[in-house]
Design a protein around this ligand. Structure first.
Ligand code: SF4
Length: 508
């Protein structure tokens, strides 16, 4: 029985987090390629093409598929007979060290998104530690490890309830999915945990997302038990909601539905659901004492031959000369190609701007939003000759409560982010005849290629949440809320839900 070396475990963890930052699992690529072929909604098809093109570019460039490189989640199955060599740390410290090395890698630094003191100062730990670790003790002398990098946008949409035993689990899921909006960057997966206790159900839901996508095989072979029947029922009913890629309306919202269960109390039916996003990232390996893990990347031919290109009728916008009259002429769902300069800002910057405006202090030098656009983003640091690392949009609803302030007090013309806006933001957009533009979440490396220059303008201490000025060339966005307050995240899914209802068999 060979001993497992501490350095091998640390190296394997570090390599695995690097690997999943730029390689989608092959099953995800295959399932998304199939969804692209079947998609009939032009907007959703365009979004899927961007995600697939981005995926291939990331694999080639060894740079993250998404600017949110995630919380590090690690599942450990520790054999009871494992022997160690070269040990100076406990297992958790080895895992944290592996995560630290992955996220501070010199050639492919990943974004540090973890904050310490979450209910207080929320200081960034700078190296994405600590990891979230789940242990299981099993038979044998090996260690089996699954790593996942879970983005905040999809993790924020996790739901839990305790149903009555006689309630329909499928009904609850189908009711709850529309309330998640599109901030979880569909198409992705739903992981469902059923039974146990509250915390057990949540853990089962997360664990289920580590399984491979096999819905098409399941549908072809037919369900063999109640859980498989439920998976198919939920998959079909959720896709029939018409939410579609990025919430733009379309045939595919989920590529698979996974369920794990556990015995529970006779009085309870705990149910948890956690979505996985367009940045589905996980890898699995076993250490048996023979050395560090070796992961096999997808081959170039595993990626579908899809190269996203802007539509011929896309409207080019010069951000240096754009006016309120131009904004008023943009139609919901229209594709724009942005050219010129805008400022960035997300949660922490908005909070600080509010504090400065409320106190009468005013905005710092160089921060002038008059007649300009803001892009909600927290980019990855650049390497080599990059001007910025992957820089896709973050979930815009978190900025909803600041929207009226920004539009009324700074002269801002419009915003760029991902997913839908809530009623408060839509009302403010309508009132100020502004606009909200949507970029594709999970296409961060593709978006970054449109950025020609980048400089920090203010709040440098906020790290990736600082205010930057980006200069972009032909950055693709969709008019998601026009100046009259019409939202494609409302009209798109409604249209496709009705259309799907008229199709005799829902897409498999
Ligand atoms: S794909 Fe969307 S939800 Fe997933 S990590 Fe990226 S921005 Fe977050």
């Amino acid at each position: 029985m060979a001993a497992i070396n501490q350095n091998d475990l640390i190296d394997s963890i570090a390599d695995a987090f690097q690997y999943i930052s730029y390689y989608h699992p092959k099953d995800y690529i295959d399932a998304l390629g199939l969804a692209y072929e079947r998609e009939e909604s032009p907007a959703a098809r365009d979004a899927i093409a961007q995600i697939l093109t981005n995926s291939k570019m990331s694999a080639q460039g060894h740079r993250p598929v998404c600017q949110d490189t995630g919380l590090a989640v690690v599942f450990v199955k520790l054999g009871m007979d494992v022997r160690w060599s070269g040990v100076t740390m406990v297992l958790a410290e080895m895992i944290h060290e592996g995560v630290r090395r992955a996220y501070t890698h010199t050639e492919n630094p990943l974004r540090a998104s973890v904050v310490l003191d979450p209910a207080g100062q929320r200081q960034n730990s700078r190296d994405n530690t600590p990891a979230i670790i789940h242990y299981d003790v099993v038979q044998g002398s090996n260690i089996e490890i699954t790593v996942a990098a879970k983005g905040g946008g999809s993790e924020n949409k996790a739901k839990f309830t305790t149903l009555m035993p006689s309630d329909s689990l499928a009904d609850w899921i189908v009711d709850i999915v529309p309330s998640m909006g599109a901030g979880w960057c569909p198409p992705g997966m739903l992981g469902i945990g059923v039974g146990g206790t509250a915390e057990k159900a949540m853990l089962l839901a997360k664990e289920s997302l580590m399984e491979s996508i096999d819905m098409q095989v399941l549908k072809a072979n037919g369900p063999q038990n109640k859980l498989e029947e439920l998976r198919i029922e939920i998959y079909d009913r959720v896709n029939a909601l018409g939410i579609g890629a990025q919430g733009l309306g379309g045939l595919t919202t989920v590529l698979d539905v996974k369920i794990k269960d556990y015995p529970t109390h006779a009085a309870s039916l705990p149910v948890a659901v956690i979505p996985n996003c367009a940045a589905t990232r996980h890898a699995h390996f076993v250490l048996d004492g023979s050395g560090p893990a070796v992961l096999t990347p997808p081959a170039p031919e595993d990626y579908p031959a899809i190269e996203w290109r802007a539509a011929d009728d896309a409207r080019r916008v010069d951000l240096g000369t754009v006016t309120a009259q131009d904004v008023a002429s943009w139609k919901p769902g229209e594709t724009l190609l942005l050219n010129g300069k805008f400022l960035t800002g997300r949660d922490a910057a908005h909070k600080r701007i509010k504090g400065l405006l409320d106190s009468g202090e005013g905005l710092p030098e160089g921060v002038n939003f008059e007649g300009r656009f803001i892009y909600y983003v927290g980019p990855v640091d650049p390497v080599g000759d990059e001007v910025v690392g992957p820089a896709g949009p973050t979930t815009s609803t978190r900025m909803d409560k600041f929207t009226d302030m920004m539009l009324s007090q700074t002269g801002l013309l419009g915003m760029v982010g991902k997913a839908e806006r809530g009623p408060v933001a839509i009302e403010a957009i309508k009132k100020h005849k502004a606009v909200y533009l949507m970029a594709v979440g999970g296409a961060a490396y593709l978006v970054a290629k449109a950025i020609q220059s980048s400089r920090v303008v203010a709040f440098e201490d906020l790290g990736m949440e600082a205010i930057y000025e980006f200069e972009v060339r032909d950055m693709p966005v969709t008019v998601a809320v026009d100046s009259t307050g019409e939202s494609v995240h409302q009209t798109g899914p409604k249209f496709w839900k009705n259309k799907i209802a008229q199709i005799p068999v829902v897409s498999a």
